[in-house]
Design a protein around this ligand. Structure first.
Ligand code: HEM
Length: 239
């Protein structure tokens, strides 16, 4: 697929969505790093001695600060999809539909070579919807269990063990999903290699719109044409 330099671009992520995403991925990155560091604690302390203790003291603080940041951005996002117009349109387009199942089976047929073309998909593909709602599920688990471990003096040992098991299980799942799934679809997908820059500039090229979000592309063209027609008729009225 060619991506000409002068291609028409469409808005994929607004400024607010990009800011929420940056906070989410920076804090999740720090949480993965400082959480899994615990597995090498003995090794680091043996190697660095008292400096190792210092590193692990700060590890705990950074994990908690990033935990608060991720909790706040999740709460903000919940408010955003309920209260703000832009957020309501986001969640409306993100909700699962029957057509997602059709697109999933058509896309699998295409990938297996039984279909000539990819199905035309909506603003969010069935894969993006699964990824998005997995973050709700995962964040709920790590926030609840992380808060329990943070306030360990108030919990019986049994519940702390349960919290720890769920926290570690979900953290492992999230780290693998991000490293394998997200990095593949955002970086190594041949259509976007070496990187999909939409999370920085919020833009998507016309060729990618057509390829990955064909139905949304058609709706956007209609919407933009209607907007242009309205602006032109207003211009005529004012003249
Ligand atoms: C994507 C998000 C997160 C990841 C990947 C993650 C990862 C981890 C990992 C791997 C551990 C070690 C568990 C073990 O060895 O048994 C851990 C422990 C812990 N996590 Fe998280 N975590 C996340 C979110 C949070 C949040 C949101 C909070 C707080 C609200 C939190 C608070 C804690 C606490 C208190 C511990 C106990 C160990 C310590 O003192 O640091 N975590 N986390």
């Amino acid at each position: 697929m060619s991506h000409g330099k002068n291609e028409r671009m469409f808005v994929r992520l607004t400024k607010s969505q990009r800011i929420q995403h940056v906070i989410l991925f920076v804090s999740t990155g720090l949480l993965i790093l400082t959480g899994f560091m615990l597995m090498g604690e003995r090794w680091v302390i043996d190697m660095f001695g008292s400096a190792g203790n210092e590193i692990f003291y700060w590890r705990g603080i950074v994990h908690r600060i990033a935990g608060v940041a991720v909790t706040l951005v999740c709460l903000y996002h919940l408010g955003y999809v309920v209260v703000q117009e832009e957020g309501r349109s986001w969640i409306k387009d993100m909700l699962p539909r029957l057509s997602d199942a059709t697109h999933a089976s058509q896309n699998v047929s295409y990938m297996l070579g039984f279909r000539e073309a990819r199905p035309k998909m909506e603003r969010f593909t069935y894969i993006e919807k699964v990824e998005y709602f997995s973050v709700y599920f995962g964040m709920f688990i790590v926030i609840v269990t992380g808060t329990m471990m943070w306030t360990e003096q108030y919990w019986p040992k049994f519940w702390l063990d349960v919290a720890d098991a769920f926290h570690l299980g979900e953290a492992t799942l999230a780290a693998l999903a991000i490293i394998i799934g997200h990095i593949f679809s955002v970086h190594y997908n041949p259509h976007v290699y070496p990187m999909n820059k939409a999370f920085i500039d919020g833009k998507i090229s016309e060729s990618m719109m057509k390829e990955e979000h064909g139905l949304w592309y058609e709706r956007e063209l209609e919407r933009l044409a209607a907007e242009e027609a309205e602006a032109a008729s207003e211009g005529n009225n004012n003249a």
